[in-house]
Design a protein around this ligand. Structure first.
Ligand SMILES: [Zn+2]
Length: 203
């Protein structure tokens, strides 16, 4: 599947993988399987194609664990959705959501290691890690960076009522209203077309 990566932040693009979230009859789960999760992570730049291939092989040899990780990914995503929309709407984030998120974050950070860099050291994920949930570590880290950084006040929901995808507004004058004109522009066009058709049918 080809995913739309538009949010400017890994964790927000992940939240957007439940499409048409607010319209029950059109809601679409884009992460149907562990392989979907790997495809999304690769397209979003969180995994290399070599890492994707390694994790896919592991998943094929342990489908039960792969299904469990996919279920946890969805739990993490929905928790992040509640946290980030609360932030975007200037509401208080619930303690329950914070504690669920902190459990994921603690697990993620326990895998970070200090590695020698050209100048000093840097934090990095272990290379060639075959743990299936290593995809979730990157999402949790992205969310903790966003929540504790200066970009937090630029988290926005798409202005289209049926879309509401999340993104970081890094535009110069903080005026970005839409997730992406290619995505939302098309939705708006489709709706206008539908309305025109409906109007014609009335006559
Ligand atoms: Zn949108």
């Amino acid at each position: 599947m080809k995913f739309q990566i538009i949010a400017g932040e890994l964790c927000l693009d992940f939240i957007n993988t439940l499409d048409n979230r607010l319209i029950p009859e059109r809601r679409q789960e884009l992460i149907q399987s562990y392989e979907d999760l790997l495809d999304w992570a690769t397209q979003a730049g969180a995994l290399s194609t070599a890492q994707r291939a390694l994790l896919l092989r592991e998943a094929e040899s342990d489908p039960k664990e792969a299904a469990a990780v996919r279920a946890r990914a969805v739990e993490l995503r929905e928790c992040l959705y509640r946290i980030m929309t609360a932030v975007a709407r200037s509401r208080r984030v619930s303690e329950d959501d914070l504690s669920v998120f902190n459990a994921y974050l603690g697990e993620a950070l326990s895998h970070l290691e200090l590695r020698r860099a050209r100048k000093g050291f840097r934090l990095a994920w272990p290379e060639n890690h075959s743990k299936l949930d290593s995809v979730l570590w990157r999402i949790a880290r992205s969310a903790s960076d966003l929540l504790s950084g200066d970009d937090l006040e630029s988290v926005r929901e798409c202005g289209d009522d049926t879309c509401r995808w999340l993104f970081v507004d890094r535009s110069k004058n903080h005026s970005r209203r839409w997730c992406d004109m290619k995505v939302c522009g098309n939705r708006i066009k489709a709706r206008k077309f539908y309305r025109r058709q409906a109007a014609r049918n009335v006559v």
